[in-house]
Design a protein around this ligand. Structure first.
Ligand code: HAM
Length: 419
């Protein structure tokens, strides 16, 4: 019987790779401009890391983790997100002792047992950035600007919208939680079983519940904005002012709560049109207590993650033809040998070159069309006798004759003109 991939886990096929490459390269380029360095933690971590890091009453930890016991009896989990992992690595390697400001990013697969649909998978990839050691609204604004910059570069700013909120801090959140709890108690019969429990232990989670009756029940709930302490309020205003100074367009959304427990103060989400219900391309925020919760120093941070599949779905088919030549040779041994040495010469000169051997002339021309290189080189008995090559421009169908002796030089110049 045929063995198929696991539901919600996708193969990325050769056709799609150029877009993935472009996404990865653009990310590296944009993040380098902000002074971020790459880090690669493992995909498997101790389960406890996520219990402590994400919060044991979140949907992610309660319902979505791939957790199992390994052969040594240790409970391990395929990471559902990267923040806890990056912070674990920072603490374990004492990176903040070496440099008190850390700006790190990582790209890679995450795993959540969710119901698969367009833009939502069980294995998906994130671009994840974390910035530690600067407690300043400017650092928050710059981090949000970096996310906006990347999204804008990839998708164009017109399709984006960024929503920003403050989730307060240890000082002001308890007052809000009490008010929210009282509100929820009065509507508890409309809440799902999970929310009736969370209402008492972690009422903010109820605001994030995806069950329709819960979404209805929280209409008119108290908003955190009115409970912010003076410190959080001033901080939030300064973040918004800096976003304006940086030319980031955003809207305030006082109802924005994130699905993970570690956030304090600044939180945000970027949505893009064209994705249907799974329209959040990025989300993140500040976490002032997470490092210390994980056993590290009392240092805050801010970060975000993009869902790469969602970006890929939205990125236009920007399939630049790969620069190179397809060599078509008449099926005579002498011509084929010359073609082979030409290909090798081109590759030595760092020109991409390909041929299809053992095929008829017609079949080779078909492959040349399919390969989408800008140039096709045709070698036949005539060309060999005259010591020339025929070069076909695949975009215009024009043909040139080029002297064999200067062919590599000429082809380089022709390809350079294709930029
Ligand atoms: P998150 O909102 O859970 O945040 O995920 C970030 C992004 O990952 C989402 O906006 C979405 O684009 C993508 N994503 C999440 N789940 C799936 C899925 N099942 N399939 C496809 N894409 C998905 C975090 O993970 C935080 N760690 C972000 C962060 C970093 N906060 C601070 N630092």
């Amino acid at each position: 019987m045929e063995i198929k991939a696991i539901r919600g886990m996708n193969d990325i096929l050769p056709d799609e790779m150029p877009r993935w490459r472009l996404l990865e390269e653009t990310t590296r380029e944009v993040f380098a401009r902000y002074g971020f360095s790459e880090v690669r933690p493992p995909v498997l971590e101790r389960t406890e890391l996520f219990f402590r890091g994400i919060g044991d009453e979140t949907d992610v930890v309660e319902k979505q983790m791939y957790t199992f016991t390994d052969k040594s009896g240790t409970s391990v989990t395929l990471r559902p997100e990267a923040t806890a992992c990056v912070l674990r690595a920072v603490i374990e390697h004492g990176l903040l002792n070496k440099d008190p400001i850390q700006k790190l990013y990582t790209l890679g697969p995450m795993f959540r047992y969710e119901r698969p649909q367009k833009g939502r998978y069980r294995q998906f990839h994130q671009i994840n950035a974390e910035r530690l050691g600067e407690e300043s609204p400017l650092a928050d604004a710059e981090t949000l600007a970096m996310a906006y910059d990347l999204a804008g570069t990839l998708l164009g700013r017109d399709s984006l919208s960024m929503e920003v909120n403050s989730l307060g801090c240890k000082e002001c959140r308890p007052g809000f939680k009490d008010a929210l709890r009282s509100f929820l108690v009065s509507r508890q019969e409309r809440l799902c079983e999970d929310c009736r429990r969370r209402m008492n232990t972690n009422p903010l989670r109820v605001l994030d519940c995806k069950v329709i009756s819960c979404k209805d029940a929280v209409q008119g709930a108290p908003v955190l904005e009115t409970f912010l302490c003076a410190g959080c309020s001033t901080y939030h205003e300064a973040v918004l002012a800096s976003l304006e100074a940086l030319g980031v367009s955003y809207s305030k959304n006082p109802l924005l709560v994130r699905g993970l427990d570690y956030y304090t103060r600044t939180t945000f989400e970027i949505t893009a049109s064209g994705l249907g219900s799974q329209n959040a391309v990025s989300g993140g925020g500040r976490y002032d207590d997470l490092l210390s919760i994980l056993g590290g120093p009392n240092v805050g941070g801010i970060g975000f993650a993009f869902g790469m599949e969602r970006l890929i779905l939205l990125m236009e088919e920007r399939q630049h033809p790969v620069k190179g030549c397809f060599v078509v040779a008449q099926a005579f041994p002498e011509v084929e040998t010359k073609a082979l040495s030409l290909i090798s010469e081109l590759r030595s000169a760092h020109i991409r070159a390909e041929a299809a051997f053992g095929k008829s002339f017609k079949a080779q021309m078909r492959r040349a069309d399919k390969a989408k290189y800008p140039l096709c080189i045709i070698l036949g008995e005539d060309e060999i006798q005259r010591n020339t090559l025929t070069v076909k421009d695949m975009a215009t169908a024009e043909q040139y004759t080029v002297e064999r002796a200067v062919a590599v030089h000429e082809l380089k110049a022709l390809l350079a003109g294709k930029e």
